[in-house]
Write a protein that binds this ligand. Structure first.
Ligand code: HEM
Length: 401
């Protein structure tokens, strides 16, 4: 018997340190769509519903006529500008196509040797002689942001600064002052680079965007900076947490670590099971364009809909022992990259970075294990999840020449 969606007893979950999976399990089993105040996600002034089961999540993401993405522009526009994440229909397709080619699997190969491997090897080499490290601080936070900076065409030396701005921009709905300041600072930094590419295109994504046209018109500044303010945080904030989650899975299960170390053909399964078990992006937002019903729950036009892909990927009707990490799981499809028209543009890049990154860490840090003197790692957060820190020890090795 399903509970009444408006009386489901839910707790507000802390955005940074929260543990939402128990609440989502309770919802899947008793009240798969429930109404919340939305405060923990910065939604105000409209009802909000959370959708938790696989079939319903898939349905909502594929029915873009009923469930519009425009809410993402409402939430994020002050911090990011006009975003493809917030467009619908033909407009969305036209703008997404401007950058889609750069993120195809075939196009990414050239970045592997030129940017991805050197970035991870530099991070690993910095700690390899020390015999101990904090993997979030020393490796996972530093690596994907360097890669996305290089692909977009902004100086990699400034990647730490981009990471900081990205975090503040993503947190804008919760902390508007810091989000707006970071958004302004990022634009001021990017303006001279944009002007330089107008005069002298260089074959990077920044040059493509500066010279791109939709229906014979160049992009407005709001849209151009919107792309840049989306791509840099999307590339920086997601894969780094997913890499931390994969490392957490391995460090908490040394026998799994030993199997993967010995047989690297298991790395793709490690990546897909990590994304299913603990994705770094647990939910995406939609707004109901018309009165509708999901899993028997009426959702009025104008209501916000939190589509919980992280919960769908733990749906017990699809995955046995769904809360457990299981490298040998037979069903490895998941919704961590979403589905439908907005499916993650960076998913091939994310998978490539994760594969190259995990192999480089296993190669460069022999006998990698948790630091026995530190607390065990905890994956935390409501919408973005990852370990805050990963203190480890390993056999020290001389830096490669
Ligand atoms: C493990 C890492 C990642 C995860 C879990 C992830 C997850 C997602 C999800 C769930 C969406 C769907 C949003 C929606 O339906 O509203 C999305 C969209 C998007 N992602 Fe990713 N992402 C990851 C890595 C990346 C990377 C590396 C980039 C690089 C640029 C990227 C760029 C984007 C963009 C631009 C969109 C918007 C696409 C659109 O609106 O058409 N993502 N991502």
């Amino acid at each position: 018997m399903t509970e009444d969606p408006s009386t489901f007893e839910y707790e507000e979950i802390d955005f940074v340190t929260g543990q939402p999976y128990a609440q989502w399990e309770r919802a899947r089993l008793g009240c798969p769509v429930f109404e919340t105040a939305g405060a923990s996600l910065g939604v105000v002034g409209r009802p909000m519903f959370e959708v938790t089961r696989w079939d319903d999540v898939e349905h909502v993401l594929r029915d873009a006529d009923t469930f519009s993405s425009s809410i993402n522009n409402e939430h994020m526009r002050p911090y990011m500008g006009e975003l493809i994440l917030g467009m619908d229909g033909p407009e969305h397709r036209a703008y997404r196509n401007l950058v889609a080619h750069a993120f195809r699997a075939s196009q990414l190969e050239r970045w592997d040797e030129a940017v991805i491997r050197p970035s991870i090897e530099m991070c690993v080499d910095d700690v390899a002689p020390l015999g101990r490290a904090e993997l979030v601080r020393d490796i996972t936070r530093r690596y994907p942001v360097r890669v996305i900076c290089a692909i977009v065409g902004v100086p990699v030396e400034d990647s730490d600064q981009f990471h900081e701005w990205s975090e503040q921009i993503n947190g804008g709905p919760m902390h508007p002052e810091a989000g707006l300041a970071a958004s302004r600072a990022m634009r001021e930094y990017l303006e001279p680079l944009v002007e330089a590419r107008r005069a002298d295109p260089r074959g990077d994504l920044l040059s493509d965007l500066v010279h791109a046209e939709v229906d014979g018109e160049k992009l407005t500044d709001d849209r151009l900076y919107g792309f840049l303010r989306l791509l840099l945080p999307a590339g920086a904030e997601t894969t780094f947490r997913a890499l931390g989650n994969a490392l957490t899975a391995l460090l908490l299960a040394p026998e799994t670590m030993a199997r993967v170390r010995a047989d690297r053909a298991l790395v793709p399964a490690l990546i897909e099971e990590t994304l299913r078990w603990e994705t770094s992006v647990t939910q995406v937002s939609r707004v109901a364009a018309a009165d509708t019903v999901v899993a028997g729950c009426p959702i009025p036009a104008g209501a916000a809909v939190a589509v919980i892909v992280g919960s769908a990927d733990r749906d017990e009707s699809r995955y046995a022992r769904s809360a457990e990490f299981d490298l040998d799981r037979s069903t490895q499809t998941h919704l961590a990259f979403g589905t439908g028209p907005h499916q993650c543009l960076g998913m091939h890049l994310a998978r490539l970075e994760l594969r190259v990154g995990l192999n480089a860490i296993l190669d460069g840090l022999p006998n990698l294990r948790l630091d026995p003197d530190a607390d065990p790692p905890v994956i935390e957060g409501l919408a973005f999840r990852g370990p805050r820190s990963l203190p480890v020890v390993f056999d020290a090795v001389a830096t490669r020449s």
